[in-house]
Design a protein. Structure first.
Length: 304
């Protein structure tokens, strides 16, 4: 395998995920560099689209691994799009990241494909709260801010009155939110399926701590390795593919009606999945990149 020049777009170079990607890529004989997307600047032109960083022009990259934080989605995907304009391959395309980050749009796309999800409601006005609650099966309900991540901005309303109060509070802040049925039989647990290419390479069960319904590890949940069913595997791969993602964390709830996709994450963390499963997920990402016939980019310009 020839040496590849790979860039990682991330604001967190010291995070577990970035360190593991650099470590694994270097071990496999590749040159791996991390760039803060907010410190990148661009020349937007038809003849010579380029990305610059710390007075360097970033050229001759074979691939980009985007780990763009939710808070910088707009600028981060703009930088990634500039790399794509120059012909550089991105593990996750900028358009796919944007679709996955827009929770409402992502749900609509997945629903159109017939992928199972919790019944979800969305409205601009709170004048018909009772009807909205009824559409989602009544209380208890889960109410999610569209801009939330890692379990933040997610509320379990256990009664109709509580649901009304939360919805009215969110609307008073001009915040957009989704209303979803609560899958009681999931028991405060979900399954994170780590998809690379067209395969689930690792999966873990995340269990919420006592008294909590959010299973996110950032919220105090714990994880353990789990064997998923063929239906869950198929659902996870299809969800990632439908949004155009090649590396994704697909979160699934086990319900009486089969697997329900809760969310598709375009920048899934590696620490929880590698620690709980013992699988070298970073290596799986590089194996996927290496399996592609990436073009060698030649340039008359001085190499970085």
């Amino acid at each position: 395998m020839r040496e590849l020049k790979i860039g990682i777009l991330s604001r967190l170079p010291d995070s577990y995920s970035c360190k593991r990607l650099v470590e694994e890529g270097t071990k496999r004989g590749h040159k791996v560099e991390i760039f803060d997307p907010l410190k990148c600047y661009m020349n937007i032109s038809a003849n010579n689209p380029s990305v610059h960083y710390m007075e360097r022009e970033l050229i001759n990259f074979d691939a980009i691994i985007p780990r763009v934080a939710t808070s910088v989605t707009f600028y981060g995907t703009a930088v990634l799009r500039q790399f794509e304009m120059g012909g550089t391959f991105s593990v996750n395309p900028s358009g796919a990241i944007l679709k996955s980050r827009d929770k409402l749009r992502a749900h609509q796309i997945l629903a159109r494909k017939g992928i199972g999800m919790p019944v979800t409601g969305f409205a601009h006005s709170t004048e018909k709260i009772d009807d909205m609650i009824g559409l989602c099966g009544g209380a208890p309900l889960v109410i999610k801010l569209l801009e939330g991540s890692q379990g933040k901005g997610v509320v379990l309303a256990e009664t109709k009155k509580a649901a009304e109060s939360v919805m009215e509070a969110f609307k008073s802040l001009n915040a957009y939110f989704l209303v979803q049925e609560f899958i009681k039989e999931a028991g405060g647990a979900d399954i994170r399926c780590f998809v690379v290419g067209d395969k689930v390479v690792a999966s873990m069960k995340r269990q919420a701590k006592e008294g909590e319904f959010r299973s996110n590890l950032h919220s105090g949940g714990y994880a353990e390795k789990i064997k998923i069913t063929p239906e869950e595997r198929k659902t996870a791969v299809l969800a990632a593919k439908t949004l155009g993602l090649k590396v994704a964390g697909v979160d699934i709830l086990r319900s009486n009606d089969g697997p329900k996709v809760m969310e598709v994450n375009s920048s899934p963390g590696l620490e929880g999945i590698e620690t709980s499963t013992g699988i070298n997920v970073a290596a799986k990402i590089f194996e996927y990149i290496e399996s592609l016939e990436l073009k060698v980019h030649h340039s008359d310009k001085q190499r970085c």
